[in-house]
Design a protein around this ligand. Sequence first.
Ligand code: GLU
Length: 414
Amino acid sequence: MNLFEMSQIPMKAAIKAMKLDPSAAAIIENPERTLEVSIPVKMDDGTVKVFIGYRSQHSTVMGPAKGGVRYHPNVCLDEVKTLAMWMTTKCAIAGLPYGGGKGGIIVDPAKLSRGELERLTRGWIDKVAPIIGEKKDIPAPDMNTNAQIMGWMMDEYSKITGQFEPGFITGKAICVGGSLGRTAATGRGVMTAAMEALKVKKINPKKATCAVQGFGNVGSWTAKLIHDQGVTIVAISDVYGAIYSDKGIDPYELAKHVAKTGSVTKFKGTKAISNEELLEAKVDLLCPCAMEGQITGANAAKLNAKVICEGANGPTTPDADAILDKKGIFVVPDILANGGGVTVSYFEWVQNLYRYFWTEEEVIDKQVALMRKAFKEVYDASKEYKVDMRVGAYISAIGRINEAMKIRGMYDPK
Ligand code: GLU
């Protein structure tokens, strides 16, 4: 089963539970448009290399498509289509006036020079320009893309249209229209969702322990902000390895160590553990903030966390979900837990549209309020329909999208 087929399982469970009209289900199950492009790039050695890129727009029912662009060797059509669908549901759960989209390029950016990376980035924009724009489809950062890459994209797109185009892209640097609070936003959302989940499970954060898988943008901010809530972070990992200390790891000190050495490994006062040991650690809270497919049918039974809060997109496979549910582990699904990034992207876009900028405090207050409301709606849906939080999240999202499809006359309800 590929990722797209796998991602349909909880969606189909939601469609069944809410008795969605089959016409509405048929529309929602398929992306509206997916574009594959070839991007020729002049390499530093004088040769031309052609890279494959994508942009998938899963839905524009609720507003323009919205979602990041990923640079990774494993990017493929199925992954981009799946991630675009997750963006549609993520935006609908948060109540944002957006559909969902996602882009990607098959590339290991670490193997390119800065110049090659810039030319590749501009090349992707040139090829997808006809289908993107402030009112059509708004890209943002995702895995291995950042504010610098968004800056090149903004510059290239502004050249194409001949106008200053900050609102066509989010996750930018502050000097070109970025929003305060955007860098930490996904981590802040994961923290907010995790704190709500601890409340449900009646766990005191001050006495709780946590393991975080991944120490990129999402993992590092998740660890820092959860640490700020008084939770003891006992384990953290990155692609090079995992570390453990029952006395607690200070993520701020760890970030300095990573800046110096390039990895979380060998951090003072910690012992090396394996990725499996991190996932199986006896903790109150586990935050997978790395890649897809980390918690699977093969390891789910061995997990010991009481709450899992998904910072990554798609870290848990459907067969693992069934096992976690049986074990009574409370899972806050990705499309709810990591919606903080796109929520603050929305705030950035709004600020760009009216050229008026908010303080960091305003951004944070609005984000936290919005995410707590989304959590409550999903939790209530899961109770009402007697389903887990993931299916509850789809019910909440599809309910909103369905109303808009009906009003727009996309199908005739029976
Ligand atoms: N890439 C992030 C996500 O998966 C953020 C998307 C956005 O800000 O549009 O949610």
